[in-house]
Design a protein around this ligand. Structure first.
Ligand SMILES: [Zn+2]
Length: 271
């Protein structure tokens, strides 16, 4: 599921120069993580009362392929081209609510991924491209390892993928989610955030509570963003340790020398 944050529109592209640094970040991510050959992950969009344009389909396939490469690099094994990546896109809010109830999806505005059907369900509002990228990220995480990784890194990576986009020349860029980053600074200023406590509350109940849901998604994103800015390989190190059943403190400690060092640097970054 996704907490809506960024008013991204499909195929609304920012000037390339403005996002050159973030483009480089996308390139670095791929060069570090994606050692496999290029392949052609394809997405299936089932639309209700709405037709995807050819331009949207092309852009989305490009973005989903980027996500597949990213996950392949993070997990060192390859998502097969044949893996179905299915998105059910609803123009009708009523029908979307019905499928939420039927699948027991959490009632957040954007969408959800169902581990049972292994398909994504998305409501077509203004943010739907970002929501699709978020839910498809869960699909890939599910393929590699959905059960043992903590929710914060699952949601953090999905939130990171929300801001991928394609420019006019077909290049994949990634944008900063400035509002999330700004809010994390505010959480610290207002003494609302204890990162150690955040990492300890990984239950579904904690993630489903509506009163601090924005904070949870913001912080999950901010940890992944922080690691990628420091060294994209940290994400891989942390994921590998988590797969080996380390807890979040030990996994972050492995990348940063100690958990205390991670905590200190994280606070400095968002002061
Ligand atoms: Zn999610």
């Amino acid at each position: 599921m996704k907490n809506l944050d960024k008013a991204g529109q499909p195929l609304k592209f920012a000037a390339a120069s403005k996002n050159y640094i973030m483009f480089l970040l996308a390139v670095i991510l791929l060069s570090l993580f994606s050692l496999n050959h290029l392949h052609a992950q394809k997405i299936t969009i089932n639309t209700v009362d709405y037709k995807f344009t050819e331009q949207d389909t092309t852009a989305l396939n490009r973005l989903v392929r980027f996500e597949a490469h990213l996950y392949n690099g993070l997990f060192n094994n390859i998502i097969p081209d044949s893996l179905p990546v299915v998105v059910n896109l609803y123009k009708s809010h009523k029908l979307f609510l019905q499928v939420c109830n039927a699948r027991k999806g959490i009632m957040l505005p954007g969408g959800f991924y169902s581990p049972q059907t292994q398909e994504c369900y998305v409501y077509k509002d203004g943010n739907y491209f970002s929501v699709i990228l978020h839910e498809v990220s869960h699909r890939f995480m599910h393929y590699h390892n959905y059960i043992t990784v903590p929710r914060w890194i699952n949601e953090g990576l999905s939130a990171f993928c929300e801001s991928l986009y394609v420019n006019d020349n077909g290049g994949v860029y990634v944008d900063e989610q400035t509002s999330r980053l700004r809010r994390v600074k505010d959480y610290f200023k207002e003494n609302r955030l204890d990162i150690s406590q955040f990492l300890s509350r990984e239950t579904n109940d904690a993630w489903n509570r509506k009163d601090d849901i924005t904070l949870r998604y913001d912080v999950a994103y901010s940890i992944v963003y922080f690691m990628i800015k420091n060294n994209p390989q940290y994400v891989k190190q942390v994921l590998t340790a988590l797969q080996d059943h380390s807890d979040s403190y030990a996994a972050l400690g492995l990348a940063y020398g100690s958990y205390e060092n991670f905590d200190k640097k994280f606070r400095l970054f968002y002061r």
